[in-house]
Design a protein around this ligand. Sequence first.
Ligand SMILES: Cc1cc2nc3c(=O)[nH]c(=O)nc-3n(C[C@H](O)[C@H](O)[C@H](O)COP(=O)(O)OP(=O)(O)OC[C@H]3O[C@@H](n4cnc5c(N)ncnc54)[C@H](O)[C@@H]3O)c2cc1C
Length: 495
Amino acid sequence: MQSNDYDVLVAGGGPVGLMLACELRMYGVSTLVVERLAPGADEPRTLTIHARTLEIMDRRNLLADFMAAEKATADLDEYRRRLANTSARGHFAGLFVLGRGTFAGEHPQELALSREAIEAVLTRRATGTGAVVRHGVQVVGLEQDADGVAVTVEDAQGRSVIRAGHVVGCDGGRSTVRTLAGIDFPGTEPQTVSWMGLGTVTGLDRLPMGWQRRERGWFMRMPDGRISTTEWDRPLPETSAAVEELVESVHRVTGERIAFTDVRFVSRFTDSTRLAAQYRTGRVLLAGDAAHVHFPAGGQGANLGFQDAVNLGWKLAAACQGRPGLLDTYDAERRPVAARVLRNTRAQVALMRPGPQVDALRELVTELLGFDEVNDHLTDAVHGTDVHYGGSDDPRVGTFVADRRLKTDTGTVRLAELLREGRPLLLDLTGTSAAVRTAEPWGDRVRAVAAPDTDAEAAVLLIRPDGHLAWAGDAPVPGAGLHTALTDWCGPAHS
Ligand SMILES: Cc1cc2nc3c(=O)[nH]c(=O)nc-3n(C[C@H](O)[C@H](O)[C@H](O)COP(=O)(O)OP(=O)(O)OC[C@H]3O[C@@H](n4cnc5c(N)ncnc54)[C@H](O)[C@@H]3O)c2cc1C
């Protein structure tokens, strides 16, 4: 048997790779993150973080750090006011009419943070809890065997091999890990090409702040100074994005001539939409953009990736500790969620296309979004608050358990706070503590809390570390069902 240097090697230290490292370290999994770029070298992108991700960050005690980081990087009220001049909480295809959806949390519904700020928060947590993060190191090869994966990496010193029990490709849309693992990435070719840039722009006087739909495409001017265009059915240049391309695109779309100097970055992106054919092959897994890419309408990609990481972390930790059974549920649960995001972003691209027919369609969709139920439906889809891992006869199972205040023997505590150790949570809401006693043989892995609440959706709830419901019981004294659920999700009882 060959020994491994690390339990898990995460390829890619972007938002998703770092989040996964934080998750794995909660369970003591030895984790190496290799990132090919130097810290902060990636495009200075602003990412909108939506309600469900923020609820998850609360359950990891990262929400306060994210809120502090946003204060330091952007003023969201100003951002909203200037971007859309509306109280809407987000947009669908540039229609700034989305509301609150079914989100009922007490914290903000969204934050806008720079990618750099997100990575700083997550790097601090990951390294502070013992993950090793190495920059300037690129994965160039991998080979699986019965005991682990031999990963060839390249840095300034040359090539070397690192062995890990599992490898997770969090290395973005052009994932090397996905290619090396032979995982297909089927999908649709781009119809749009977009340019984005940050620098000093002169000649913008006639182009107001916000999103503008024009006859030949879209022009966006963001409060943080970025400008962007989106056009349809244009040839895709094969070279990397150039300033002149952005300037010419602004001219084609708006008719205005701008000058663009002191350029901090220019990038080009498309609506190429693809989903990995599988999220796992043996000891190699994918998460984030490595598993799915789509047009960034509605700001969903990083949110989707964070939720991949939180779904995967505890299952992979269990596999590292000798219980591989849960790992298959990762693909089964997360690929359908990504497929729905791909569907809504493809629909947004269709609804953004220039032309009088689409103008009419936009008017109709705007009318439909005036109905609360329709608005909630689309808001929940874009903000991730509709995620439900199905497969059980009980419709409660798989839902995300809402935060609430619980009265326990030792005082009032929020459900989110009880999940911060990343352990499954058994809530006995009956007042009898019978379920707490049933869970005693799992005491090393499961947090069991008695918190009487006759208005709750069940007598007993078993909540997974990612906040979704594993099992619900209605009888005050749980029968074999709870025993089975504890065994299935948390492993065998200790005798
Ligand atoms: C213009 C634009 C705006 C967006 N806005 C939003 C938004 O508001 N909200 C939102 O949720 N999403 C948004 N997205 C999407 C979001 O940026 C991505 O979904 C997110 O960055 C994915 O994170 P990731 O960690 O999976 O991949 P990436 O961010 O691509 O990170 C992958 C990392 O892997 C590294 N890497 C690559 N290959 C290797 C290798 N072989 N070895 C080692 N390291 C490697 C890369 O250097 C990189 O740091 C936007 C995208 C675009 C284009």
